[in-house]
Design a protein around this ligand. Structure first.
Ligand code: KIV
Length: 282
């Protein structure tokens, strides 16, 4: 299971802890990679919509989609804390519906739940926490609000907006969140939020002063190369490597170089002779 939600809650850099390492994963191979690489937390994010399922935003995935991917990650038994991401409209209708949807992710193998939004979401967060499920908050650029925000835009650039983000983080902490993701906010804002709360902040596009960082698996590995946001550091060019590998396979198939004698199954010579006797060589 890796690190527990209460242990994560106590993980502030100002108290001498190393920054938390969170990475998304959506399937068993990705979970094994994250685990063997020593990530603390796997987020089964609704970003699966964009980087795996081919949608233009995250609004298209359902609770069933998220259950499917959370279960795949959990089956790999990674040595990481697994966070299941509640998709759009799964926590907007009522606290009761929210808690039932959160429970589905927990039953699929999540160790905690993440949802987007500030004060508006407090009743839902309280209900989930009340049902013994740890909750990670997510404020700043919340991709499920893409239409309300008028695009994927950095949030909190004005002092008043930034003050509201600090207040939102405090209320999430007060409601029982064990950590909060800060996405797409200026460095100074992330620094102020991190100083204002006693739970860890995990940044994405939020600079270097957070208590941890998260990146999307396909971005950091260079599998997704259509659009690379400013805050992404690409640690590999796996898309390039994969295209080259499939090209080499295609060349080998077309030239007859694949498969070789060693890459095929063979029968004993006497059986082969008998077969020839039965059907001839034609
Ligand atoms: O779904 C996701 O990948 C996320 C991260 C960007 C934090 O919510």
């Amino acid at each position: 299971m890796g690190v527990s939600a209460p242990a994560i809650a106590a993980h502030k850099v100002r108290d001498g802890h190393d920054p938390l390492v969170m990475v998304t994963a959506y399937d068993a191979p990705g979970a094994r990679v994250a685990s063997e690489a020593g990530a603390d937390i796997i987020l089964v994010g609704d970003s699966v919509a964009m980087v795996v399922l081919g949608y233009d935003d995250t609004l298209q995935v359902t609770v069933d989609d998220m259950v499917h991917h959370t279960a795949a990650v959990a089956r790999a038994k990674p040595d990481c804390h697994i966070v299941g991401d509640l998709p759009w409209m799964s926590y907007h209708v009522s606290p009761e519906e929210t808690v039932r949807n959160a429970a589905q992710l927990m039953r699929a193998g999540a160790h905690s739940i993440k949802l987007e939004g500030g004060r508006k979401r407090l009743p839902m967060i309280e209900k989930i926490v009340d049902a013994e499920m740890p909750v990670m908050g997510h404020i700043g650029l919340t991709p499920q609000s893409v239409h309300a925000m008028g695009g994927f835009k950095v949030q909190g650039k004005q002092a008043e907006q930034a003050r509201k983000l600090i207040q939102a983080a405090k209320s999430l902490e007060h409601a029982g969140c064990y950590a909060v993701v800060l996405e797409g906010v200026p460095v100074r804002v992330a620094e102020a939020v991190t100083a204002a709360v006693n739970i860890p902040t995990i940044g994405i596009g939020a600079g270097m002063h957070c208590d941890g960082q998260v990146l999307v698996y396909h971005d950091l590995l260079g599998i997704e190369d259509r659009f690379v946001p400013k805050f992404v550091r690409r640690y590999a060019d796996l898309k390039g490597t994969m295209v080259e590998a499939v090209k080499a396979y295609a060349d080998d198939v077309r030239s007859g170089a694949f498969p070789s004698h060693d890459e095929a199954y063979h029968m004993a010579d006497d059986e082969a002779d008998e077969l020839l006797g039965l059907y001839g060589s034609e």
